[in-house]
Write a protein that binds this ligand. Structure first.
Ligand SMILES: [Zn+2]
Length: 213
């Protein structure tokens, strides 16, 4: 990859999906994880993607996409809920660091989504600040169910797509870059058992979106 010219949104997505395919098949290359890379990028970073994912411990970004130092600008919150600090961090990766791709990464068996489903069913709403997480996931649960898409997989897909659209609604910086063709915002759905990431939403990419693994 050229160090001075960021890849296109499409190429950045293909880089990520290629890494995920290596991870899934058990043939990782562990790129950019050595001392040479560490020294090379110490003066400045140019990550090719902002990864906004759930904090789940099984979703370690550089591992599941087989990348290394300086590749991904990672922002993670439980249930990938986007409050002001998360939005600011994502905007930093795009506006200041010039990353051409934002990836929203959700996954099956997500505790935040399960808690939001339970709360919507009249169960207990968690206390403390966990409540804020659940409340930010709840609109996705309600929207999916209202559309007759109530399975766990459908709710997950809805929440990922909802997050993609929320980023573009809330952040003018992101929306402008997408409109200018300089940024892609995609949603990937990760399966814990086999480690694969499926594309479930794409904004700002041309029709020829690379196939997920
Ligand atoms: Zn989760």
């Amino acid at each position: 990859m050229n160090e001075t010219q960021p890849p296109t949104p499409h190429d950045a997505l293909e880089l990520l999906l290629a890494g995920n395919r290596r991870f899934v098949s058990g043939t990782p290359e562990h790129p950019n994880q050595d001392a040479t890379r560490r020294t090379e990028i110490a003066p400045s970073q140019q990550p090719f993607a902002v990864l906004f994912g759930c904090s789940d411990s099984r979703l370690a970004a550089e591992i599941i996409f087989d990348r290394g130092l300086g590749d991904l600008f990672v922002v993670r919150t439980a249930g990938h809920v986007a409050g002001a600090e998360a939005l600011g961090s994502i905007e930093y990766g795009v506006s200041v660091l010039d990353a051409p791709l934002v990836v929203v990464l959700g996954h099956d068996s997500c505790g935040a989504i399960a808690a939001a489903c339970a709360a919507a069913d009249g169960g207990t709403v968690p206390g403390g600040f966990v409540r804020d997480v659940v409340e930010r996931v709840t609109p996705s649960v309600l929207a999916a169910r209202a559309a007759g898409r109530g399975t766990a997989e459908e709710i997950l897909a809805e929440h990922i797509e909802h997050t993609v659209d929320l980023l573009l609604e809330r952040s003018r910086a992101l929306a402008e870059r997408v409109a200018a063709g300089r940024l892609g915002v995609v949603g990937l759905s990760y399966r814990l058992a086999d480690g694969s990431a499926q594309l479930v939403a794409a904004r700002g990419l041309d029709a020829a979106v690379p196939t997920a693994s």
